[in-house]
Design a protein around this ligand. Structure first.
Ligand code: FUL
Ligand code: CA
Length: 493
């Protein structure tokens, strides 16, 4: 009886404390914020580019547009091998060059003869887009479409009629092949080409010719959840280089700027180098995508079989893209057989093993956590939320607090060399400066200092051993909202 009384007394006290906790509202979103589809896309982190067309067989990067469709003839085309390799290597999607600048179509478009239907491959009955999109579904990754705005084959390129052609093709691709997660619009456009036999140079007004607003609206109508990539967004921007690197300060907010003397920014015509950092307090949420090839070229060349990026290079790219809050679109070009080459498969397997092992154990799991404060003293925003392995929960401070810190106490000294931190981007990107410190010989010592966080920041440093770790938010645009923090001891390469 006594036990029951004291039990119910305890329960009453708990309830009382629970009820007495003031209701505190979540921080207001700050600045431009992502749409739902952008959040879903950001969480993919890594997907692959597949550059594959007549160029694969002619050994060039930019086909002139006069290639015979007959040259496209993969000898052992194997979409299962291509897509299962990507899926097993940790890539969450594949974006296929359905049409590159040379104009050759990997699907039997009803609007042109310059396609697989006039190739020798599968007696003209094949459809690479269908095969790849189906393989993506089979192996559980997303399918995306690259459709080059520049078409060096088409006779009407430069005329309004070509825009109809482009839109018709887009409609085919976004209607007949299931869900499409990303549309990739290239900035390279205009110049010399075959153009139905004219063999001349055609310059277009990049800001006006394509009427992108109408085309993007069409894409959105056909595929409501699609993320559209171009130099100017609207959903994803180009990082501004093809080396695989984002800046340490990298904002997902962005205000694309026109080149000096130009009226407005457009794909292929803007101050693209600003993509590396984005824009602090930028007008739109247009996070960067880092695109880079696993080989020197975008297309397969036998002479580059021994120039496939090494594991060290891939890891470096990973930390400089995903680790700086961007997505990584790594190009892995199928070879002339229509398979991912053995040399590429080898390094991709090593890459996957490396990442698996690296993130096996978050040293902070189970640590004692405390913070300089948490929002309204409400447990909903407390610091434990940073190590609950849940992106939806976060630590936040009061609106008036910008500078804040959080401390982790481990059970024992541990070695580590990699720090991970994430903002809850649904409420905007906020932090502009932070540091990671350790408590050593009775004083705090800074291990690493960095700028923005965004969706994810990964920082590597020389292995260090400590049992007390502090994370200091040194500056932010609004009160910090941190969803996850991790500490890892990554093995040597
Ligand atoms: C560039 C193109 O010119 C390259 O050929 C490649 O497709 C790359 C991804 O984008 O602008
Ligand atoms: Ca969390």
């Amino acid at each position: 009886m006594k036990r029951i009384v004291s039990l119910s007394l305890g329960l009453a006290i708990i309830l009382l404390i629970g009820c007495s906790e003031k209701k505190v509202s979540a921080p207001m979103p700050y600045g431009a914020v992502p749409t739902k589809r952008q959040v879903v896309h950001q969480q993919l982190e890594m997907y692959a580019f597949l550059h594959f067309t007549t160029n694969t067989f002619t050994d060039i990067e930019w086909g002139y547009g006069d290639e015979s469709p007959e040259v496209f003839n993969p000898t052992e085309f194997n979409p299962d091998q291509i897509i299962s390799t990507l899926a097993q290597s940790g890539f969450k999607g594949a974006i296929l060059t359905c049409k590159h600048h040379d104009g050759f179509c990997l699907w039997p478009s009803q609007y042109t003869e310059h396609s697989v239907k006039n190739s020798l491959w599968e007696n003209g009955k094949g459809d690479v887009v269908k095969a790849v999109s189906e393989a993506c579904r089979k192996y559980g990754i997303k399918f995306g479409v690259y459709l080059s705005p520049w078409d060096r084959n088409h006779a009407e390129y430069g005329q309004p009629e070509y825009i109809d052609y482009y839109r018709n093709q887009l409609e085919e691709l976004l209607t007949n092949y299931g869900e499409v997660f990303e549309l990739w619009v290239d900035g390279a456009n205009g110049g010399d080409g075959y153009y139905g036999g004219a063999r001349e140079k055609r310059n277009i007004n990049r800001a006006e010719y394509y009427q992108w607003d109408t085309t993007f609206a069409l894409a959105r109508k056909l595929q409501p959840d699609i993320n559209i990539f171009s130099d100017i967004g609207p959903d994803l921007r180009w990082i501004g280089n093809e080396r695989g690197y984002a800046n340490d300060s990298c904002w997902a907010t962005y205000t694309p700027l026109a080149k000096d003397g130009e009226a407005k920014p457009a794909p292929g015509s803007l101050k693209y180098w600003l993509g590396e950092t984005g824009t602090i307090n930028g007008k739109y949420w247009i996070p960067a995508e880092v695109d880079v090839s696993i080989r020197p070229g975008w297309f397969y060349h036998p002479s580059q079989d021994d120039k496939v990026k090494t594991l060290e290079q891939l890891v470096d790219i990973y930390f400089n893209s995903v680790g700086k809050g961007t997505t990584l679109n790594l190009n892995i070009p199928p070879d002339r057989r229509g398979k991912i080459n053995e040399n590429d498969v080898k390094v991709l397997t090593d890459f996957k093993n490396y990442l698996n092992k690296a993130y096996e154990k978050n040293i902070l799991t189970g640590a004692k956590v405390s913070a300089s404060e948490f929002r309204g003293n409400n447990r909903q925003f407390n610091s434990l939320n940073t190590i609950d392995n849940n992106n939806e929960t976060y630590w936040a401070t009061d609106d008036s607090t910008i500078i804040a810190s959080i401390e982790f106490e481990l059970m024992r000294e541990e070695e580590f060399n990699c720090f991970e931190i994430q903002e809850y981007i649904q409420l905007g990107q906020r932090v502009s400066s932070f540091s990671v410190d350790v408590f050593e010989n009775n004083e705090w010592k800074t291990v690493v200092k960095s700028s923005t966080i965004g969706y994810k920041k990964l920082l590597r440093f020389d292995t260090i051993s400590a049992s007390k770790i502090g994370v200091n938010i040194l500056d932010a645009l609004a009160c910090p909202v941190i969803s996850e923090i991790g500490l890892y001891n990554i093995h040597e390469l």
